[in-house]
Design a protein. Structure first.
Length: 230
């Protein structure tokens, strides 16, 4: 009986060998090379919206042993303005945020304006992409962070505890991250610095997007959109 069961199992594996190899290779690829993640909240608006599926380059910073967080080779480190996906132990969540402070940087925030190493970032107003959804309660600003210019949302009224923080030094092997929806993001202001070993990769593009408020209808204008287009 056992012999016949083993025979059937072996026959099944043999007849589906190509499919099994494909599944294994795809699993390795998603684990170590590239993957996509859904975004459930609006903490990165307007750059990333709820319902976006984000392509993540998992070899941007480290070559890791598939299915583990063991780094086999360090390839690069995040730059100012890049968007990273990381598994936050402090938040007990997978998060996506923008890198603002690198190891050794002195970072401060005063009424939403960020200062890095004594130099305030450049801010310019911008026109909202959809004037029909433009909120009079928000300021829409273009922030230049390193070589990357990107949009941020800032509420016009009543700053809160997330609007300011005194100068802090980013420790070695860690990053200070913020959401682009500045007063509606739980980030380093809440959970602290992000250690490098928690990084899953660099967010690069929107694969596709669905509108949660419109019966999950696809958003055609966000298909294969570069998230660094400014």
């Amino acid at each position: 009986m056992i012999y016949k069961t083993h025979q059937k199992l072996f026959s099944l594996l043999k007849s589906n060998k190509q499919f099994i190899i494909f599944i294994l290779l795809m699993s390795v690829f998603r684990s170590a090379v590239a993957d996509w993640y859904s975004v459930p909240t609006g903490s990165m608006q307007p750059t990333i919206k709820e319902g976006d599926r984000i392509v993540v380059h998992k070899m941007a910073y480290d070559l890791r042993l598939p299915f583990t967080d063991i780094s086999l080779l360090s390839l690069d480190t995040p730059k100012h303005g890049e968007i990273i996906v990381f598994e936050s132990k402090a938040a007990d969540l997978r998060l996506i945020k923008r890198v603002v402070g690198l190891p050794g940087d002195v970072v401060a925030m005063n009424n939403e304006k960020i200062t890095i190493n004594g130099k305030i970032l450049t801010y310019q107003p911008y026109s909202h992409e959809n004037t029909s959804q433009h909120s009079s309660d928000k300021d829409y600003l273009m922030e230049t962070l390193g070589k990357i210019s990107h949009q941020i949302n800032v509420d016009k009224f009543a700053s809160n505890r997330l609007s300011n923080f005194a100068p802090v030094i980013v420790p070695a092997g860690h990053y200070l991250v913020l959401g682009d929806n500045r007063r509606h993001s739980a980030d380093s202001r809440v959970y602290g610095f992000v250690p490098h070993h928690e990084l899953l990769g660099k967010a690069t593009a929107i694969a596709f997007s669905v509108d949660y408020e419109n019966y999950y209808a696809p958003r055609a204008n966000r298909l294969f959109q570069d998230i660094y287009q400014g």
